[in-house]
Each structure stands twice: as structure tokens, then as C-alpha cells.
Design a protein around this ligand. Structure first.
Ligand SMILES: C[S@@+](CC[C@H](N)C(=O)[O-])C[C@H]1O[C@@H](n2cnc3c(N)ncnc32)[C@H](O)[C@@H]1O
Ligand code: SF4
Length: 470
């Protein structure tokens, strides 16, 4: 039995046959030749490129590099941001790869929040802060909205005391719709949240249930209406193309509803199945090497459909995953600064940071994280200081996800001409129709941007190209 909700082994077989049949019907005509492109099945593994060099190169024996970086003054003109990881959820979604806990009681949550407060207090005195105030705060998860108003109030008061938010241009708060009440939403606005991000994923109750989501569509309507009435400057919704059991029809309906509710921005992810998900565990138990979700061509076609519907409604696509209603109003400061080399202090278990030129990650186990803070030490578990060429590659690959990359930015910042550095790779991708480039920079085509994550590994330095990513 494939236990993921309604997906039995029999249904799984039927789902795969339906997807294959549809794939076989998508033929490509080149001259007189009619080709069926090979399908790229969804297999276990990381697809999304979120950082560079790959996490597998960050090492415990290099933690001293992070300690040294924190004890130096900041690199001039580097913006600062704070990420807070709240690792609690009502249920673990079958596709989720984040560090989350579902059974923690209120005293355990309180100890965790104490540890986060201690962590920020330890940072507040470090030379790397150098008088800077955060330009963005990001509450991510897990589910930050799982916290009660009391827990949230205690955390935020102390955070603001230690590192005032009066220069923060954006405060993002991730929410699971079923955890929101009117009172909590009012409090979020009061503490200064400017960008509320709702994990909607789908409007189809059957699909939400069979993918292990805790919320139902009624809760989306209720939370969204409350959130609108409270008046956040930006409400973002997350949708996933290719959930287990998704059909073209229910994807189109999700997009229709997603446009109808009129969010300020939408994030459309294509379902990936990383190693630490419930789906991948089931696949291994059953000896399956293909995941029970649509293949990549189908997911790209669905994401393309989603973005084209938002474009028709007047939205502008601003990255591989996002469309915004008004680009002048709905900025994404966190993403833009992070992808341009900002420092970010990642608080919480397993959080990732970048400070003073060094990447590092916190302890990824509950006890390790809490115990080290209990002893008054920063809970840094592994680190890596990228060389200047690696920093250049990092920013280049991340900015490719925006759909265009400016040549002058890299000439000014790194004295590297990206057109020369990547002449071969850019030439190949141009010949394949994924992008164009000239003296000003690179522009990805629509097909290029829809599959950007699978195009990025070729820009990695040779020693990182075929290595495990995470
Ligand atoms: C931390 S969650 C957002 C807040 C809250 N935990 C929730 O899920 O409602 C971040 C987002 O990552 C996306 N996501 C999680 N696992 C994914 C996967 N395997 N493939 C694609 N997107 C995924 C979902 O869209 C989810 O909303
Ligand atoms: S997708 Fe969100 S709600 Fe689901 S387990 Fe992951 S972090 Fe929690």
C-alpha cells in the first residue's frame, strides 16, 4: 500500500499510466520529423538551488571560520537581515523537506523560543553587527503562525529590544491558513509584518488531504478574508504545481481560484521530492525510483499555465517562482538582498546564515541546538568561507533565477566579465533556446526560466558539479 493518503499502489500505477499517455501525446515537430521528447520523471533528490557552494561542502572543522567572521567588523555597505526558523507544524506534509516538529508541547516551544532569544542576544554584541540594523526580518518554517499570540509577543518584544526593527523595509511571516485567527492576524500587523505569506498550495480538499496538509479550503477563505481586512501591505500565496494526485483540471481550478482571490503576489513552486520527505521514504520502502507526481515537463507546463493566467490578470513575473500585481509596491527585499550577498543571521535549529563572508549552519538536532545555547555558545555546526570566485558564482546562479542578470553588476563588484567567464555555458544555453545574452547581460527565455534550477549546475566550479548538493 502506498500510504500517502488516497494514493494506493493501484492508483499510483493508474496515475503513472495517465501521465505517460499525456506525455506521449505531447509531440514536437522539427521540419518533417516528429519527435517525442524523453520525459524527465520526478525522482528522489534536490532540484531547487538555494545556495552555493553546495551544502555538502560546509564542514564542522571549519566552524572557527564563522567564529572569526563574527568577530570582525562588517564588510562595508553589506546589508543585514535576520531569519527566524519556527520549526513547528500541525502535521508534516508528505512532500515537505524542512526541519519541522509536530508533537512539541507548550513548555518545549517555550524552551525553544528562549534559545532563539539567547541566540540573538549573543549576536547583538558581535563586532560583525557594527551598528547595523536589520533591513529585513523573515519568520520562516515550519509554521511561524503555529505560535500563540503570547508566544509570539514574548519573542518579538525581545527581538526588537536586542536589534530594533525601525530600519526594516520588510517583515515576512509565513503562515499555514488553518492556524490563523482574526486576533493573531491583528497582532501580526501590530508587530509590523509587511508581507504575509500563506501556504495555500491547492484549493482542492481531496488533494490537500492526500498530501498530508493540515488545512482545508474553507480555512483558506476565512484566513484570507481576515488577512485582507486587517490590511497587510503585501499578501503572498504559495501554490505547488504537481502535488501527488494532481490533474491538469484541478491545477487549472487552483490557478483560477488563486487569481480570483487577487493576492499581491503569488509563488508557484514545482513539486520536488528531496531525500528527507515522507514521499521519498515510501518510495524507498516500495522500491520505486519514480515519484508518484507528474514529470518535469508536465510541471513546467502547469507552472507556465499558472504564470500566463496571472499575466492575463495584469501581474508581472519577477522570478522563476513569483508574479506580483504591482512591482513598484510588492518588492521581495529578503530575496533581492540575499541573492546580492547580504549578511543574514539565521536563528533557530538548522538555520542557515551568511555573515562577514562565511556561510554556516546551526546544529540541526533539537537537543544540540538548545544545549549549546544553554551553555551560552552560538550553536554553529558547519561552515564554509567561499573564495571570491565562488561568491561570484553564488550570486550569478541565484540572480539567474530572476530571469535576467546584469553584466555591469559583476564587473563592478567582482571585476569578472560573466560573458567571458561563462562563454561556453552561456553559448550552449543560447543554442538550446534557454536564454539570450549581449553586452548588457543575460535574459532567460520563458522556457529557460521555467526550468532554471536544472540549468544552474553547469555554472558550478568543476569540483562542485557532480557532487551531492545537500
Ligand atoms: C515553510 S512552508 C510555508 C509555511 C507553512 N509551513 C505552510 O506550509 O503553509 C514553505 C513553502 O514551501 C513549499 N514547499 C514545501 N515542500 C515543497 C516541495 N517538496 N516542493 C515544492 N515546494 C515545496 C510550499 O509551497 C510551502 O508553502
Ligand atoms: S510544508 Fe509547511 S506546514 Fe507542511 S510540513 Fe512543511 S513547513 Fe510544515
Amino acid at each position: 500500500m502506498f500510504v500517502l493518503g488516497a494514493i494506493s499502489k493501484k492508483n499510483y500505477g493508474a496515475l503513472r499510466r495517465r501521465i505517460k499517455l499525456k506525455a506521449a501525446m505531447q509531440v514536437v515537430t522539427i521540419g518533417n520529423r516528429t519527435d517525442v521528447p524523453p520525459r524527465e520523471e520526478t525522482r528522489e533528490g534536490n532540484y531547487f538551488v538555494s545556495n552555493y557552494p553546495p551544502f555538502s561542502f560546509w564542514k564542522p572543522e571549519r566552524v572557527n571560520e564563522a567564529v572569526d567572521a563574527l568577530n570582525r567588523a562588517p564588510v562595508r555597505d553589506t546589508p543585514l537581515g535576520v531569519y527566524v526558523h519556527i520549526p513547528f507544524c500541525r502535521k508534516r506534509c508528505h512532500f515537505c523537506y524542512f526541519k519541522v516538529y509536530t508533537g512539541k508541547d507548550s513548555s518545549e516551544i517555550e524552551s525553544y523560543l528562549d534559545a532563539v532569544r539567547t541566540e540573538l542576544a549573543l549576536y547583538a554584541d558581535k563586532p560583525v553587527i557594527g551598528g547595523r540594523k536589520p533591513r529585513f526580518i523573515y519568520f520562516g518554517g515550519g509554521t511561524p503562525s503555529y505560535l500563540s499570540t503570547k508566544q509570539l509577543g514574548g519573542l518579538v518584544d525581545e527581538m526588537k529590544r536586542l536589534m530594533p526593527w525601525n530600519e526594516a523595509e520588510e517583515i515576512t511571516f509565513e503562515c499555514e491558513p488553518g492556524t490563523l485567527t482574526e486576533g493573531k492576524l491583528e497582532m501580526l500587523r501590530e508587530i509590523g509584518v509587511t508581507r504575509l505569506s500563506l501556504g495555500i498550495e491547492s484549493f482542492d480538499d481531496g488533494l490537500l488531504r492526500s498530501n498530508g496538509r493540515a488545512h482545508v479550503s474553507k480555512e483558506i477563505e476565512r484566513a484570507y478574508t481576515f488577512a485582507r481586512s486587517v490590511g497587510f501591505p503585501q499578501i503572498n500565496i504559495d501554490l505547488i504545481a504537481g502535488m501527488v494526485g494532481q490533474t491538469e483540471e484541478n491545477w487549472r481550478e487552483t490557478v483560477r481560484r488563486g487569481v480570483e482571490i487577487d493576492p499581491d503576489s503569488v509563488t508557484i513552486y514545482q513539486m520536488e521530492v528531496p531525500f528527507n520527505t515522507t514521499i521519498s521514504k515510501e518510495m524507498r520502502d516500495q522500491g520505486l525510483d519514480v515519484a508518484p507526481v507528474a514529470d518535469w515537463q508536465t510541471k513546467r507546463a502547469w507552472a507556465d499555465y499558472g504564470f500566463s493566467e496571472y499575466r492575463k490578470a495584469g501581474y508581472t513575473v519577477t522570478s522563476a517562482y513569483t508574479a506580483v500585481k504591482d512591482p513598484a509596491k510588492a518588492k521581495f527585499v529578503y530575496r533581492n538582498l540575499l541573492w546580492a550577498g547580504a549578511d543574514m543571521l539565521g536563528l533557530g535549529v538548522a538555520s542557515f546564515s551568511h555573515a562577514g563572508g562565511t556561510h554556516y549552519q546551526n546544529e540541526h538536532g533539537w537537543e544540540g541546538y538548545i544545549d549549546r545555547l544553554g551553555k551560552g555558545e552560538l550553536p554553529i555546526y558547519r561552515a564554509l568561507t567561499p573564495k571570491p570566485l565562488e561568491r561570484f558564482v553564488r550570486e550569478f546562479v541565484l540572480q539567474m533565477k530572476l530571469g535576467n542578470v546584469e553584466r555591469s553588476y559583476f564587473l563592478d563588484k567582482y571585476a569578472i566579465d560573466m560573458n567571458e567567464q561563462f562563454a561556453t555555458e552561456l553559448g550552449q544555453l543560447r543554442d538550446e533556446g534557454h536564454l539570450t545574452f549581449d553586452d548588457h547581460g543575460v535574459r532567460l527565455s520563458n522556457q529557460g526560466i521555467l526550468q532554471v534550477d536544472r540549468l544552474l549546475h553547469r555554472f558550478f566550479l568543476p569540483e562542485h558539479r557532480n557532487a551531492r548538493y545537500a
